[in-house]
Design a protein around this ligand. Structure first.
Ligand SMILES: Nc1nc2c(c(=O)[nH]1)N[C@H]1C(S)=C(S)[C@@H](COP(=O)(O)OP(=O)(O)OC[C@H]3O[C@@H](n4cnc5c(N)ncnc54)[C@H](O)[C@@H]3O)O[C@H]1N2
Ligand code: MOO
Length: 462
């Protein structure tokens, strides 16, 4: 194993020659104003973009979409499509993680009858009381009315007999030798009775449209009488893993490597609210890719690899061949800048993730996450920011996404954050959004939540 380089495991390939020169020029122009770790604000791009697919790296940068705009484009594409998707009725046990398509209105009063809040006696009028032989248990039919001066044993959740004035808790009552019940505490009128409709009346709106279905929502819906929920359908995603060099088991050998994205993407996509309908490994075969894309009925096709302009990078040519509209073609973000978003037709989109694994994660969070969130009508995550524990070296033009751990209210950057590396992200709680030019220690940076972290708001594995 070779020792990590001085940039803490960052791939040298993260910067090209032109960018390094730009960094040098930029720091010369501002000599004396900055520390080496603080390259300062990004210089404006020198010339407007005219590049087309495969025209070379420097052109691509100028055609590329700024990172915040790329996310907005993806969200807008999702919203436009979401407006035409019909809601579906989903059984409660399949609805976790979906979004309510309409308000949840109670189908019953809650509670639906006057209910005892405690185990004890239902009593009528002031004590002492004569106690009836038969008690009242939860789940039983309507009990007989009580006469004044009468009491009956009652269980928590049981129906209150008509003319009951209060419930006396078992620990607050005592029976004398003659079998009469006495209160050992004052009992207020109506005490420990949950009146019908205390929580809601039938027809009352309990939750608005757009609410995320959590376990608590499932419980409330069941209590309020629902067997199914009317929800926004889960976006369906097909994953196409490209690359002849990929192995699905065993150790890397003879230039072949393990497919890291086949195992990584499906659960992550599910955490983003998607149903993964297929994961297909189709090698570097243009026709197979063409067939897989045109034959897919999923709302979103996610491809991995093949986004650049190499000899077997088939994603751009296939998109051209099927007349797809490129909404985002490259993003000013590191890693992951060759990522793309295309509209295949009225119903379907494609997100092209770069093959380098951390670059693919960057594409997932930059393009697939906002698109899927909007398609699933999930509420937007509250943006949040924390101060950085240490400086992060910036890219001169592009946003950087850096794996961080969140400790003591600060975001500590992790090493091994190069585009081909998963070691940093596997230990991370979030991705820090480092603006062009870098960030100083203590500078607040936006954080993108990871589905397994508990530190911030946002999606979780469901
Ligand atoms: N001339 C240029 N070459 C490259 C550029 C560029 O701008 N100009 N960008 C580089 C960057 S940055 C990235 S990222 C990659 C993106 O390339 P592709 O999306 O075409 O990906 P591939 O070439 O297929 O693969 C790149 C790399 O990742 C490995 N890989 C692919 N799939 C997987 C997988 N499922 N699991 C693990 N590893 C995977 C693959 O073997 C390659 O090593 O392009 C650069 N080149
Ligand atoms: O560095 Mo590339 O940007 O790995 O995606």
């Amino acid at each position: 194993m070779t020792a990590p380089d001085v940039r803490g495991g960052q791939d040298a390939g993260d910067f090209d020659v032109e960018e390094v020169l730009a960094l040098v020029k930029d720091s010369r122009a501002s000599a004396g104003r900055r520390t080496p770790g603080d390259p300062g604000p990004a210089p404006a791009p020198a010339h407007p973009g005219t590049g087309h697919a495969g025209s070379g790296h420097s052109h691509e940068r100028h055609r590329a979409t700024p990172w915040p705009e790329a996310r907005a484009v993806a969200a807008r594409a999702g919203r436009q499509r979401a407006a035409h998707r019909a809601p579906v009725a989903v059984p409660l046990d399949a609805a976790l993680g979906l979004t309510l398509a309409g308000p949840l209105a109670a189908l019953t009063d809650l509670p639906s009858f006057d209910t005892s809040a405690m185990d004890g006696w239902a009593v009528a009028g002031p004590g002492p009381w004569t106690v009836r032989d038969a008690g009242v248990l939860a789940g039983h039919a309507a009990p007989e009315p009580l006469a004044d001066g009468e009491a009956v044993r009652i269980a928590t959740g049981a129906r209150i007999p008509p003319d009951t004035t209060s419930v006396l808790r078992s620990e607050h009552g005592r029976t004398d030798d003659a079998g009469r019940l006495h209160a050992t505490r004052d009992v207020g009128h109506g005490q420990d009775i949950r009146p019908r409709g205390q929580e809601c009346r039938s027809g009352e709106h309990l939750l608005p449209a757009g609410t995320l279905v959590t376990p608590a929502v499932l419980g409330l819906a069941a209590a309020a009488g629902y067997d199914t929920l009317t929800a926004v359908p889960r976006p369906r995603v097909d994953v196409l893993v490209l690359g002849d060099e990929l192995l699905t088991e065993g150790l890397p050998h003879d230039g072949l490597i393990r497919d890291a994205l086949g195992p990584l993407l499906p659960p992550w996509l599910r955490a983003l609210g998607a149903e993964v309908t297929a994961v297909r490994r189709i090698g570097d075969d243009a026709d197979a890719l063409h067939q897989a894309v045109t034959g897919s009925t999923a709302d979103l096709v996610v491809t991995t690899g093949g986004t650049a302009a190499g000899p077997v990078d088939h994603v751009h040519p296939i998109l051209g061949r099927i007349g797809a509209e490129l909404l985002v073609d490259g993003v000013k973000v590191r890693p992951g800048h060759p990522m793309l978003l295309a509209r295949i037709d009225d119903d379907r989109h494609l997100v092209g993730l770069p093959g380098n694994p951390l670059a693919a994660v960057s594409g997932l969070l930059t393009l697939a996450e906002p698109l899927l969130r909007a398609l699933a009508a999930r509420p937007a995550a509250e943006p949040y920011a924390l101060p950085l524990k240490e400086a992060v070296h910036g890219h001169p033009y592009d946003t950087r996404l850096i794996p961080v751990v969140l400790r003591g209210g600060r975001a500590a950057p992790l090493h091994y954050n190069g585009p081909a590396m998963l070691r940093g992200i596997a230990a991370a709680d979030a991705l820090a959004v480092v603006p062009p030019g870098g960030a100083r220690p203590g500078q607040e940076v936006e954080l993108l939540d990871l589905p397994w972290a508990s530190a911030g708001p946002g999606a979780r594995f469901t």
